[in-house]
Structure formats: structure tokens, C-alpha cells
Ligand binder design. Structure first.
Ligand SMILES: [Zn+2]
Length: 389
């Protein structure tokens, strides 16, 4: 038996790795930060071998209580993920599993590697009407990829009175929240489907700009929340710097250049077993127009997504209490636009649980596809309200 985390996105400390029935592992901290939650570890040469694995310091994790009701994700091929029986006693997270293949990977959630990211970017940017831009570089020099999805047809095809609206979606500021990039993949797949009339209508009204991986270093390093130097990028929007948060700096500059009408920042929530949105009602400049748009977006998503709900979520911010260091609040305040933080669960959707897979890449992609209707509803509203409309 061999236990390793020496790969893209891998993170674990092996404390005792000789006896398959008494494997003891430790959650490794994010590089440069006091955050401890993500894990991804591969076991080799274990076909048919019962494994009893303990994460000894789970009780010291950043969101330790989030391990209540959580089940570990597993895969033999990195493509199909399932959950394994897991127990948490407040201190140690234990799981039992007998692999049906020689190698198995266990992870906090289905990983999304840099290699997979490159494949996504390559495939999307080969489609008609899509351009790839490098906005800048991460701390460790990885490219910050932006996919610009324009109208697929020639310019007269654009059923729009004036300049196209500007939709932005970013994912994985917190790199361990890989469901965000799975969602971005689902959104892109739908937008680029030439046979989808909703997607075509949306692309005729707006240019979509998608940053599917806001934190490439953190993802490769196997971090939960931070980049290579320990910065939480979703607290860096008010004053990003070239040294600590170049990832935010370059994306913010591109937003200043393009303008923003609709913005979605996609995350995963460790504790809450639901999909939900957080708006920018706490911003000093929060307007009635933004409230109407938020309501339209939410009502449309309730109608089109089987997973989205608006009963459970974060408490609403008090007026003036919004944290402008976060992307959702900063973009909403700067551009006066519709601006959301979208959360998905690490565990499952408690309203419609999947006993086999829990919350999964497939469900994340499906929710991403459902966003197109909600965005289109808002584009239509914005278009009708536009001067000359
Ligand atoms: Zn997050």
C-alpha cells in the first residue's frame, strides 16, 4: 500500500500509513495561512483491501463543525465520484472503505485540477464567438484565464438596440471550493450549445466574461481558502495588491475596462447543505433597482433549478453592514449592478439528497446551466429599461 498527496491539488499529512486497518492522516494547512480543511489523498495497491482511515485533526479544522453529517468523496478514475460511510465524533473523522480498484482517491470534494482547467479553457475557446484572454498572472506566475463569450453569429445577428450588456462570472476564489469551477463548466457548456435557444438569446443580449479559476496557485497547492502567500482573495477586492493578491488586481482592472451589469461569484459552503444566494443589500449604495433585479434573478432561478432555494442561507446584512472587501459587495457597489455570491454545499442538498454521490460535479454543472435563464430574465429587464428601449 502506498499513500501519497504528491500531485496537483493533493494535500494530506501521513501520520501512520503501514497498517491498512489503522491509517492515520492529518489535515494539512493552507500554505501561508491558518486554514485547515481541504484534503485530497491517493491510495495505491489497495484493490479488495479493507481500509480504516482516520483524519486525526479534523476537530481542529477551520470549519470543524462542518464535518457533522459530511461524507468523504472517493473515485477510482478521477471522473466518477461517490461518497463513503464517514463518522465524525467532534475530534476525529473516520471512514471505512474497501476499494474495488487498485487505486483510489479520497477528497473533501471532487477536485478540479489545473490540467482539467486547461482542457476546459482550450475546449471553450475553440468554439465560435469565444475568445481567450490572459488578464495577468498569479503570485506563482500562472496565467489568469478569461473566457469572453460573445454572440456566436455575425454582428447583425445581435438582437440588441445598443451596446451589449456585460455579464461576469468568477469561480474558485477559495480554491478548495471546486464545485464553483464545475458550475462554471456547466454554464459554459450551455452557453456554447448552438442548439440551445435560451443560450443564444442570452448571447445576443450580452457578452459573458467567465474566470473559471480565480486562484490557480491555491488549487494546485491543495489549499482550501487562500492563494500561494496566504491571502483570502475574497477579502482583497477593496485594495488588491500586486504582491499579495495579483489575481484580484488583474480581474478587477478588466472589470473596470468592460463595465459590469450582472455579476456572480461562485463559492462552496462547508456547513450549509443547500444552494443559496447572498446579495449586496448591506452596501451603502444598495438601490431599489438592485433589489428588483435580485428578486427577478432569484424567482427565475427558483423556477428553473431543482436545487436552488431561498429559505436557508446567510443572514441578510444590515444596511451599511456589507463587507466591501468581498467580490459580491465590491462589484455591486462599484458598478451599481446586479451582484451575487452563489453558494453550493460540500455535503449535499438536504432538500433533495443523493445517497450515492451527495452534492456532486454533475449537480454543480446542472445549476450552472440553470443560471442562464435567470441571467437572461435580468438581461431582458435591463434591456427594456435601457434608454431607447
Ligand atoms: Zn468561498
Amino acid at each position: 500500500m502506498e499513500i501519497t498527496a504528491d500531485f496537483d491539488g493533493g494535500a494530506i499529512e501521513v501520520l501512520r500509513g503501514a497498517d491498512p486497518l489503522a491509517v492515520e492522516l492529518g489535515l494539512r494547512g493552507d500554505t501561508g495561512a491558518h486554514v485547515r480543511q481541504w484534503f485530497c489523498v491517493r491510495f495505491d495497491d489497495v484493490a479488495g483491501q479493507p481500509l480504516a482511515v482516520s483524519l486525526m485533526n479534523a476537530g481542529e479544522a477551520t470549519y470543524a463543525e462542518a464535518f457533522e453529517g459530511y461524507r468523504v468523496c472517493a473515485s477510482y478514475d478521477g471522473e466518477r465520484w461517490f461518497r463513503v460511510p464517514t463518522r465524525f465524533d467532534g475530534a476525529v473523522l473516520r471512514f471505512l472503505h474497501t476499494p474495488a480498484a487498485p487505486s483510489v482517491t479520497y477528497a473533501y470534494f471532487a477536485p478540479y485540477s489545473w490540467q482539467r482547467h486547461r482542457a476546459l479553457v482550450d475546449a471553450a475557446s475553440a468554439a465560435p464567438g469565444v475568445a481567450l484572454q490572459v488578464l495577468g498572472h498569479s503570485v506563482l506566475g500562472r496565467p489568469m484565464h478569461l473566457l469572453v463569450v460573445d454572440s456566436p453569429g455575425p454582428e447583425p445577428d445581435r438582437a440588441w438596440r445598443g451596446a451589449p450588456l456585460r455579464v461576469w462570472l468568477i469561480a474558485r476564489q477559495h480554491p478548495g471550493e471546486t464545485m464553483g469551477q464545475w458550475l462554471a463548466q456547466g454554464l459554459l457548456a450551455r452557453l456554447l450549445d448552438p442548439g440551445d435557444p435560451v443560450a443564444l438569446a442570452a448571447r445576443r443580449r450580452a457578452v459573458f466574461r467567465v474566470v473559471p479559476n480565480m486562484n490557480p496557485d491555491g488549487g494546485v497547492l491543495g489549499n482550501q481558502r487562500t492563494n500561494a502567500v496566504g491571502a483570502d482573495l475574497n477579502r482583497a477586492w477593496l485594495a488588491p495588491t500586486a504582491g499579495e493578491s495579483p489575481e484580484v488586481l488583474c480581474v478587477r482592472s478588466a472589470m473596470e475596462a468592460s463595465g459590469v451589469d450582472v455579476f456572480v461569484d461562485v463559492h462552496g459552503d462547508e456547513r450549509n447543505p443547500w444552494c443559496f444566494l447572498a446579495g449586496c443589500e448591506g452596501n451603502p449604495g444598495y438601490s431599489e433597482r438592485q433589489r428588483l433585479l435580485e428578486n427577478l434573478f432569484e424567482q427565475t432561478l427558483l423556477a428553473t433549478s431543482r436545487d436552488f432555494q431561498d429559505e436557508y442561507g446567510y443572514p441578510r446584512d444590515e444596511p451599511g453592514g456589507g463587507d466591501l472587501r468581498t467580490a459580491g459587495n465590491w462589484v455591486g457597489e462599484r458598478f451599481g449592478c446586479l451582484s451575487f455570491t452563489l453558494e453550493m454545499p460540500f455535503k449535499d442538498n438536504a432538500n433533495d439528497p443523493d445517497p450515492r454521490a451527495g452534492w456532486s460535479p454533475a449537480r454543480s454543472m446542472e445549476l450552472g446551466a440553470s443560471l442562464v435563464e435567470a441571467i437572461l430574465a435580468c438581461l431582458d429587464w435591463l434591456g427594456a429599461a435601457a434608454p431607447g428601449g
